[in-house]
Design a protein around this ligand. Sequence first.
Ligand SMILES: [Zn+2]
Length: 258
Amino acid sequence: MRLALDIGGTYLRWEVVGSVAGKEKIDTIDLQTFIATLIEKYQIQALAASIAGQVYDNRVLSAPNIAHLPDFEAFDIPYILENDLKCAALAEAKFFECDYLVALYSGTGLGSGAIENGKIVRGWHNLATEIGHIPYKEAPFRCGCGKDNCLELFASGSAIEKWAHYWQIEPSLQEERIKKMVQNALAHAAAVLITLCNPKILVLGGGVVEHNPFLVDAVRQKLPKLAPAFAYNETQITLTQLENASLEGAKILLERLV
Ligand SMILES: [Zn+2]
């Protein structure tokens, strides 16, 4: 059997491919023990994991939103690791049958992944399209990467928590101040990606967007002010239809692991 994992900032989602699946809150389990138990129980021979962090050459370079990453070597089976948004973009491209696609997700963090001519845009060290960390505005707190002006500090689940605490209001998009901030920052992210990558389809997803699907329309409406017409005119902006694109992407990588 093969195991696909999606290790996010809040949840671990897992699937023994073609068999059972589950979702665990990460702060309630020990990842190392939990995964080892799955491997033992289902006689897993290979695994692929989508990681909410920077991944290069099958190693996690950094994952500030995940407290205790497992030691994959210790499982003693073949494994493949990939950045979660690169996994999501792969799955979205397959779903939409589209070779020029960008996935922009707002969950615990803010991330994106791009598919160009059917392939993941990686950059030199697989660090391309880290939209969450481009400079935007100064915030009164720091991002996981150490800077205090990242886009992620304005358009992610963790940002909503931080600002709600700072402003002493509810961490919800029903709060006008938070709604405005998230809409603007997310539209900014979309405009940058569309202008740089020229995708046929821009897919929005992640917990924050999926719980507040009006954000898709908000982004559409704000784009004309933020991106040149030639860039956004033809691009389709849509909400993800996949329940868990990152996990689906990990399954695609498993197919490639011989
Ligand atoms: Zn950052």
